[in-house]
Design a protein around this ligand. Sequence first.
Ligand code: ADP
Ligand code: MN
Ligand code: MN
Ligand code: MN
Ligand code: MN
Length: 389
Amino acid sequence: RGAARAGAGRAAAAPLSMKVENIGRELYDQKLKDKYEKLDLGGQIFAEYVWLGGRAAQMVDGVPVCMDPLDIRSKTKVLSSAPKSVADLPLWNYDGSSTEQAPGTDSEVMLKPQAIFKDPFRGGNNILVLCDTYTPAGTPLPSNMRYPAAQIFDKHKDLVPWFGIEQEYTLLGLDGHPLGWPKQGYPAPQGPYYCGNGATRIYGRELAEAHAAACLYAGIKLSGVNAEVMMSQWEYQVGPCEGIESGDHIWMSRYIMSRMSEEYGIKVSLDVKPMPGEWNGAGCHTNFSTKPMREEGGYEIIKKVMENFAKKHEEHIKVYGFDNDKRLTGACETAPITKFSWGVANRGASVRIPRTTEAENKGYFEDRRPGSNICPYAVTLKIMETSLV
Ligand code: ADP
Ligand code: MN
Ligand code: MN
Ligand code: MN
Ligand code: MN
């Protein structure tokens, strides 16, 4: 299959043909990896501390904007034994002057462990530790959107807020060209790619599926995967997650994707409009409900909440993704960025109410405006805040 693709001279040929030529090398690398993974570390484990760099949420006119949804950093800490919970994990620090988060003269940023995942890269008892960031005096950094989000979710635990986020992304060769796209010109128009199959339609499935398995192993509440409307665009869903867990799981799923991108030699893009023109952009549709919305008569609450949403449209759009105006044009299954709208089963509205929610008079709604490059802490915070009626 790889050789046939290389022969056809498609864009994916570079990484895939390299793979074919290097099969002997790959087996050798695997043997080396196994050898060192099997070493007895005497009960010690590796904890990969993961945190968000300064470009994951940068203040623009007083609003936190995610300028780089893959600005995720990590470093390894050796622990003498596996922790039972985050309470067992030590605080740590890093050089914030290297991540646009502190001046060189006072460079320390504190890392506070918040969530533990199993490490799908090292296996065994090794873990990934999602942290948030503070000054040495204990003040959350301006880029630490987890902090205010966790506060509002703590305060409204009784509402049991659920989020399901649909993370769309695009796979590119290392040259930045989408997998499968001809070097010159364009693939056949959109239509056959969405949930499609076949060697001339689908590119990158090996990574999309391996990522799903790695996430489930890690403990991320990934709930599905599908090929998207634009060739070499994909989606996975995370949720339902309760409150702050949604942002935690999306950020960790992105980290895992980015690490796998190293292994596969495939570039991952979270750009909202990777290809200009009649090619679908990439979103992070955010599905939301509270306990009262899920109970009898919940649709009435959702309708009230929609009135709040209409009033806050511009405020929401500010944190709904960098360059999102290039995606929310009114074409390609989007509503125009300038105007809020909602409708039952309408994929051309800002918010879609599922048909079942109307029929059963309870359920959830889907905010279709967030772009693929959002900070999910900032967006889930906004949705929660606007849903308090
Ligand atoms: P779409 O039809 O828009 O492609 P998906 O199936 O991709 O929808 O994603 C729907 C998401 O909504 C999933 O993550 C799912 O877990 C989540 N979801 C389902 N029910 C609820 C609910 N009551 N509240 C919040 N999220 C929900
Ligand atoms: Mn050093
Ligand atoms: Mn979907
Ligand atoms: Mn989608
Ligand atoms: Mn959707």
